[in-house]
Design a protein around this ligand. Sequence first.
Ligand SMILES: NC(=O)c1ccc[n+]([C@@H]2O[C@H](COP(=O)([O-])OP(=O)(O)OC[C@H]3O[C@@H](n4cnc5c(N)ncnc54)[C@H](O)[C@@H]3O)[C@@H](O)[C@H]2O)c1
Ligand SMILES: [Zn+2]
Length: 663
Amino acid sequence: MNARDRIPQLAARLVELRAAYYQGTPLVADAEYDAVEDELRGLIEANPELAPVPNPLEQVGGPAVLHAPVRHSRPMLSLEKATKPEQVAAFFDRFPGQSVVVMPKLDGLSLALIYEHGRLVRAVTRGDGTTGEDVTAMVRAMADGIPERLTADGRAEVRGEAVMLRSTFAAYNTAHPDKPLINPRNAAAGTLRAKDPATVAGRRLRFFAFDLATDTDSADTELDRALHTLGFTAADMRHCADAEAAQQAITEIEQQRGDLDYDLDGAVLRLADRDAFAAAGTRSSSPRGAIAFKFAAEEKTTVLADVVWDVGKTGKIAPVAWLEPVFVGGTTVTRATLANQEVIRARDIKIGDTVLVRRAGDVIPFVAGVLDASKRTGQEQEIVPPSVCPSCGQALIEQGNSRELFCTNVSCPAQTVRRLIHWASRAAADIDAIGGVWIERLAEVGILQQPSDFYHLTKEKLLEFDRIGEVSATRMIESIDASRQVGLRRALIGLAIPLASDGTAARLCRGGFRSLEEVAEAGVEGLVAVEDIGPKVAASLIEHLTRLRPELERLRAAGVSLDVRDEDLPPVVAAGAPLAGKTVVITGAINDPRTGEKVPRPVFQRLCEKAGATAASSVSANTDFLITGAGVGDAKLTKAAKLGVEVVDQNEIWQKLIDAQVV
Ligand SMILES: NC(=O)c1ccc[n+]([C@@H]2O[C@H](COP(=O)([O-])OP(=O)(O)OC[C@H]3O[C@@H](n4cnc5c(N)ncnc54)[C@H](O)[C@@H]3O)[C@@H](O)[C@H]2O)c1
Ligand SMILES: [Zn+2]
């Protein structure tokens, strides 16, 4: 199609997509929307005379269909996009000698907060950039990080992004399987659009500031200091003197992306000095003093080709989406979880649908829902949960609010394979020379049925298989031999007992149990006496360890150690322990300052414990120190500041550990 026809078509599509998006019902994922914008931009650049009037690329946001319109004192604009280092360098060249801040481009919705004589008088959405909507009441009710009063005279306008934290989003969806939110951005927009805070309980938002204008010059001209002094949490700004430093900061933000508690879709570069930013002025739809560097999309749409019900190691039967391959979150995804039948029902997902796939951070790829049901052709098929186990045929049972399905047949073949694979996994016995495919094969022919069977495999038996040669057979046997030292904690993990987590196994070791048999004999009362082990977990442990008693005996007979290992014992507190009596929370990446080597967090935690500290997993009023490594998320720091918890850099702690000869 020629540009003359294509341009108006793309322009109309943009208008349509924006309208839907700003209404809170996007029709496509952002990546697809951006592709339409990019194509249109490219065509107009090549054919400027064909630019549509009006040109949607020079307009901001969505249509102003607003209940309570408020005109902005100055437009709320988009940002010019950059994808290449050259564009970052060009930005620096435009502003020689200026300091630039690089910060995450938060994926929420922008708000303008207006303060008069130090009081919050109005909170307004961006709207079409010229006119926004008054959302003051909902912002007051639902958003954290927005002070009601400021020590600022005259008029002050703070702009920033209201986001739903990923943790809030996840907690809400767990608590409301029947009315799930599709992604944090949409959820934030929907929350502020609600008429009544009661209908959106549990959906709190957080505000991060990135812009400030005042009509007096009392505030600092440096943006982040000024925002901080006023009592705002600003977007995490890093000062960069040149393009190279900025590129480095962008890379860092992208690497941290998975560890942060909010979605971000890029990094923003902006002149650090407020006056310089204002003086740089604006283009039709973006300020000149800032650009946005885009990251790879964490959400894309693709076709749901099929749903397969997968049998897990504890017998849970979970729906797995088979997808047309899609590049999202940095990899090609072909499988994603659909969680359970309630999620499928609540999100109204059918086979053949174009679905939104989300892969953010370390979370397993997830089918978030169907964006545009009008794409349906009528050929889509209902996803029907099985009534019997796809592996053994036993009738399934349903459990819990989300009606999870379970096969309770202990000799179910699929479960057997899953359990064997789990026993061999790194967190458990770590038999790394035998992969899942071989475990499945050995289980099929009946040689492997339970963990103890690994220890009766011989090289001769393995060599009977066509595709196992001398070298791999030797490696397999060596790997099995090494795993005999598995010990109490990892053996318990390897047995995959429902409700018992890796943490449970660690707590039992620290609680003084010396062997798996001792745990099995302790009774429910004996186990709940251990800190942080509840009655349900204890009951499950006793039930399953009693059932597994003969297997424990077989493992022992095969020379497998089920005794506690030294490294899992409660730490011996060093004399003159420098952290005695302190409760600490560790966050960020930890590196040994003497070697610069990365130190896994559990290892560092153990060192702190040896120095007398008690480690906790989240910051509370009881925390003495928040120990920070590299790349710490704002959420924890903010919480620490709020609770008056002292924030201590890892290097200070390392010094104490070194001085006390703990390391
Ligand atoms: N899926 C869809 O159909 C659809 C439709 C329209 C727009 N979109 C998405 O919306 C976005 C485009 O919106 P846009 O062009 O209005 O915005 P933009 O990408 O140009 O960015 C401007 C916005 O970034 C936000 N922001 C976040 N952190 C910031 C920071 N640290 N400093 C400054 N601003 C910050 C502000 O809210 C500001 O309004 C794109 O990501 C696009 O994919 C999607
Ligand atoms: Zn089964």
